[in-house]
Unconditional design. Structure first.
Length: 620
């Protein structure tokens, strides 16, 4: 459950103000406060550089397409009116406003199954139409997602156990919670809100089962907001929802700012490509995972979209900032492709049952450049950093063209809690909560070069294959990897030391390793086994095994606080990193480098919209 968006607290804008009001407006109005327009689409035809459009409280059932071009000194602003909550919903109106007459019992369906009274013949077929998902939904009161069913057998099943094929094929049926399914024969939406009954899974649905008694947001193949060849346009404090495709689609645009928006995915929630000077700040992107969604249910029996995708189409995107945002609750999180100059910072990434931050190396010539991922807090992710080479069908990459790499620094990776991955096969089984892990491969021969330094990584269980540096030394063939001054703290057992490919272009040093439970009783030299291998003589010469004395790690209910206290083993124990590598906290690190995300005396990282500095007063 996530907080719902609230009315805009931004101060009033200056300059020429135009108005749109879904409740009292008219298409023949003049856009004044007394005669507002009724739809945003109508308003956009009358806006000019320097204008601000106040979107007054209400829900606008539209797909808004913005092709406007403001100027740098006179941008066009589309924003919620001060003190009001405005929603753009690309889905059908009736499921929200008149659910009692929008649904009817489904002929031949399961108990509690309903279908839409209206058919939707214009819905485009997905690439795997007939078994694909092209409709999604949410409970309108909480915005908790509905499962997007691939197979009607699953929607109609009363079986809660995993007795189906472990792939995307129809089977005997597996009920996966309240959800929707699109019938390509009748072009009707089916819904079933039966309760879930697995006692061992993280959450169960126990609410109303008749969709006629409550509003639902149903998303189909329309985007809520499209910015196409737009320039110097600002979108402030709006809620965007009701899409099974890209909820927000930004392409071939320049100078776009999304500030204070809430976006519900969507596949994905936000897609951006061939765009320069993009800012996504103080915003919340919510995915399609419900509290009872598992990795398996989304990956094999539903839809498994990304949440934010940086596309790689030409021309190359450049000069982006994604800051003080929340990316939460989905299958896959943020895809970073061929952006040139990207600052991804002070964001919260939480609750993804597959990949969190996906570093995709494109096959095209426009490789990522100057990508900086820093001062973020990442938690509850099955694979935190995921890597893959893009499908070469779009154009072969030149040999050894692996790009300058990505800088990952001053982040906190809180991997103490696992994610819901597998449904039990029988009543005696329990749902599987898999430990979060630092990184993983998708079969690519070359991973993005990584410079990983001054991060704090907290893990719960044993590291996969006992790899050193929480797996950051795996997958280094034919690429570069630099791992300096990171803190690896493991709650149970000790961090790993295994280095699978010591002959690769790998350098690691000045890292701190510590086992919270195992460390105090450790006897002898923790690094003895590695020192006995001559081929590793230059690896981790200045590594430290010792208690970092973090402010708050495991006891009680207080929030995680990884500030090092006086006497911590990581203080003044790091190694020098190249001066031209970016470091947002270098000036605060006095003396020799301290190991970890935070130097002694620094405050705990503050991330997400609540931690952002207030927006500047709107100016013309």
């Amino acid at each position: 459950m996530r907080p719902l968006p609230v009315a805009s607290a931004r101060v009033a804008s200056s300059g020429r103000i135009r108005h749109v009001d879904a409740a009292s407006g008219s298409e023949t109005g003049d856009g004044s406060a007394k005669q507002p327009w009724k739809t945003i689409g109508a308003a956009l035809k009358r806006l000019a550089a320097g204008d601000t459009l106040y979107v007054h409280a209400g829900t606008y059932f539209e797909s808004v397409v913005v092709k406007l071009r403001g100027t740098e000194p006179a941008p066009i602003t589309i924003r919620a009116a001060p003190g009001e909550l405005a929603i753009i919903d690309a889905g059908p109106r009736e499921f929200v406003t008149s659910p009692r007459t929008a649904w009817e019992p489904a002929p031949g369906g399961a108990p509690g199954e309903f279908r839409s009274v209206r058919a939707f013949p214009d819905v485009r077929k997905a690439s795997d139409a007939g078994r694909g998902v092209w409709v999604v939904g949410n409970f309108a009161d909480s915005m908790v997602p509905l499962h997007g069913y691939r197979f009607v057998e699953d929607l109609r099943s009363d079986n809660p156990y995993w007795t189906v094929p472990v792939n995307v094929e129809a089977g005997p049926g597996l009920y996966l919670g309240p959800g929707v399914w699109f019938d390509w024969q009748t072009h009707r939406v089916h819904v079933r809100l039966a309760h879930t009954t697995l006692a061992s899974q993280p959450g169960n649905y126990t609410g109303p089962t008749d969709p006629r008694a409550l509003p639902l947001v149903i998303g189909m193949d329309r985007s809520a907001l499209v910015l196409d060849h737009a320039a110097n346009v600002r979108i402030w404090d709006l809620v965007l929802r009701g899409s099974a495709t890209r909820t927000v689609d930004i392409e071939h645009s320049s100078g776009v700012e999304l500030d204070g928006v809430t976006v519900y995915g969507g596949a994905p929630a936000v897609y951006a490509a061939s765009t320069d000077h993009l800012r996504l700040v103080r915003s919340a992107l919510r995915g399609t995972a419900a509290p009872w969604s598992s990795r398996a249910s989304m990956k094999y029996r539903g839809n498994s979209p990304y949440l934010f995708v940086a596309g790689s189409s030409a021309p190359q995107s450049h000069d982006w900032e994604l800051a003080f945002d929340e990316f939460t609750d989905g299958h896959d999180g943020v895809v970073i492709d061929s952006v040139k100059r990207l600052a991804f910072h002070h964001d919260r990434i939480d609750n993804f049952n597959d990949d969190g931050i996906y570093l995709l190396l494109p096959p095209r010539a426009a490789l990522p450049e100057d990508v900086r991922i820093y001062e973020n807090v990442v938690s509850r992710v099955y694979t935190t950093l995921a890597f893959a080479e893009a499908d070469a069908a779009g154009g072969a990459r030149q040999p050894n063209a692996i790009g300058p790499g990505v800088y990952v620094y001053r982040n906190v990776f809180d991997l103490r809690d696992g994610v819901y991955t597998w449904i039990p096969k029988e009543a005696s089984g329990t749902a599987t909560l898999s430990a979060s892990r630092m990184c993983g491969d998708h079969g690519s021969p070359i991973w993005e070069p990584l410079m990983v330094y001054h991060n704090t990584v907290i893990t719960a269980g044993n590291v996969y294959r006992d790899y050193y540096a929480a797996q950051l030394v795996m997958g280094t063939h034919a690429t570069r990897r630099r791992v300096f001054n990171n803190m690896f703290v493991q709650l149970d057992g000790n961090p790993g030391l295994n280095v699978p490919t010591p002959g690769d272009d790998l350098a690691a040093d000045g890292n701190l390793l510590w086992g919270v439970k195992a460390g105090p009783g450790m006897q002898g030299d923790f690094f003895a086994a590695r020192k006995a291998r001559p081929e590793l003589a230059r690896l981790g010469v200045h590594d430290v095994y010792g208690d970092p004395k973090l402010a708050h790690l495991v006891d009680g209910d207080a929030a995680l606080d990884v500030r090092p206290m006086a006497g911590g083993a990581g203080i003044d124990a790091g190694v020098a990193v190249p001066a031209d590598w970016p470091d947002s906290l270098r000036a605060a690190d006095r003396g020799k480098p301290d190991i970890g995300a935070l130097p002694l005396g620094a405050a705990m990282l503050q991330v997400g919209p609540a931690a952002a500095p207030p927006p500047a007063a709107p100016a013309r």
